[in-house]
Ligand binder design. Structure first.
Ligand SMILES: *Cc1c(COP(=O)(O)O)cnc(C)c1O
Length: 428
């Protein structure tokens, strides 16, 4: 494979954009080589500027559940574009998308749209603090909730890959209200409640995707719910990644636990910049303009973004067996990878729920961030490079989740497994 054009584009970009990328996870820092510059996407495929084709297991880091350039979404977007790009005034599209979301989640009465997952989580936390009148929050090591100040503490993937779990530029005064607990470890959460009587919310990725793929134990989520109820603390599920990915109802379609607030992003924008947070009316009505908790956005609920989101979600709702189909493929892939690794004598931990999947080069099951960090990142880097050469595009870090899109065929999965058999032998 030739990467000359990508290499040139990257050199040019580095002159005018820090690190040549607009989001650090896109740099190939932990796997070596230069990031591929993309010309276009077609269904399951990504095509780079050198003309190489890859089966894409990143899918824009989650949003593209139907794959690249989905015709239905494309049509909806073009139709919306022709009417104007933004009005700064309400449109019916926002109500339509909000109604669809509320109809799927009976516990959620109201939704507010923003333009990114970061904004959704940041706003949900402000709301939880405003509603409860408390300041502290609990987050889990390895969970990522966007790059806002108080959440950039032990924040998984990008931050781990770059070895700076928290970032310069974030005052300690702002993170002193962020209490850290261990994923799947209820004792560590109880300790936080012993140390503070002022906890506004627990924020969690119920199916963690940003320390690699690590689902929560069902009992753990139930225990969080009980602790929250006992202490007058809100439970926030960050489903920016797992929402409409793990199942139609995200983690809430899989676990019985009901959160107080949910954040969305990625799939609900169908590839356009959209985030949202939702909750019951009693909480959501504390938001400005009805309530005192301020939150705003010039491009929030943008009509083109809403059209893309609506077209994406309507297709999802229409296809009753979509997630069954996607999960079958995800399981076929990870089971195939596991078997191929075993043949090569490489220990590999795998998992999949709905269209999300993950694998760790690790000889023990991964239940939390400490476990994840024991994975062999050097071997992952070699795997990544080898698979790229074979035409398979995986996320460029051990601490990311992979995504199946509906445009992927069984044949593509089989080809991926065959390529992995070859690559595992090389890196064993
Ligand atoms: C991606 C992600 C975010 C941040 O969303 P952006 O749109 O990148 O700001 C927040 N939480 C989780 C769980 C995510 O996966």
């Amino acid at each position: 494979m030739h990467y000359q054009k990508s290499i040139k584009a990257y050199e040019k970009a580095r002159n005018v954009i820090p690190g040549g990328v607009d989001s650090p996870v896109r740099a190939f820092k932990s796997v070596g080589g230069t990031p591929l510059f993309i010309k276009k996407g077609e269904g399951a495929y990504l095509i780079d500027v050198d003309g190489n084709r890859y089966v894409d297991y990143v899918q824009s880091w989650g949003p593209l559940i139907f794959g690249h350039a989905n015709k239905t979404i494309e049509k909806a977007v073009i139709k919306a574009v022709k009417k104007g790009l933004s009005f700064g005034a309400p449109t019916k599209a926002e109500t339509n998308l909000a109604s669809l979301i509320c109809s799927l989640f009976p516990e959620m009465d109201k939704v507010r749209f923003v333009s990114s997952g970061t904004e959704a989580v940041m706003s949900a936390i402000r709301l939880a603090r405003g509603f409860s009148g408390k300041d502290d929050i609990i987050k889990f090591e390895g969970c990522y909730h966007g790059h806002s100040d108080s959440l950039l503490v032990q924040a998984g993937s990008g931050a781990v890959t770059f070895g700076s779990p928290s970032s310069p530029g974030v005052p300690a005064d702002l993170t002193k209200h962020t209490l850290l607990a261990k994923y799947n470890d209820i004792k560590s959460v109880k300790k936080c409640f012993e140390n503070s009587k002022n906890i506004a919310c627990i924020i969690i990725e119920p199916i963690a995707g940003n320390m690699g793929f690590v689902p929560a134990d069902p009992k753990f989520l139930e225990e969080l719910r009980a602790l929250c109820d006992k202490h007058g603390t809100l439970l926030i599920f960050d489903e920016v990644m797992s929402g409409f990915r793990a199942s139609l109802k995200g983690a809430q379609g899989i676990y019985p636990t009901v959160p107080d607030l949910v954040t969305f992003g990625k799939v609900i924008g169908g590839g356009m910049p959209v985030g949202a947070f939702a909750g019951r009316a009693e909480v959501m009505d504390k938001l400005s303009p009805d309530g005192p908790v301020y939150q705003a956005g010039t491009l929030s609920g943008n009509p083109v973004a809403m059209a893309a989101g609506l077209a994406s979600l309507e297709q999802i709702v229409d296809e009753s067996d979509l997630y069954v189909r996607l999960e079958k493929k995800a399981k076929k892939l990870v089971e195939g990878l596991k078997e191929a690794a075993k043949e090569a004598g490489i220990p590999l931990q795998v998992g999949a729920i709905g269209s999300m999947f993950g694998f760790f080069f690790n000889d023990k099951p991964v239940k939390n961030f400490d476990d994840a960090l024991k994975s062999d990142t050097t071997r992952f880097a070699a795997f990544h490079q080898g698979m790229l050469r074979e035409g398979f595009y995986f996320a460029c870090s051990q601490f990311e989740t992979g995504f199946i899109c509906d445009a992927m065929s069984d044949e593509m999965i089989e080809e991926t497994i065959e390529a992995a058999q070859k690559v595992f032998k090389e890196i064993a």
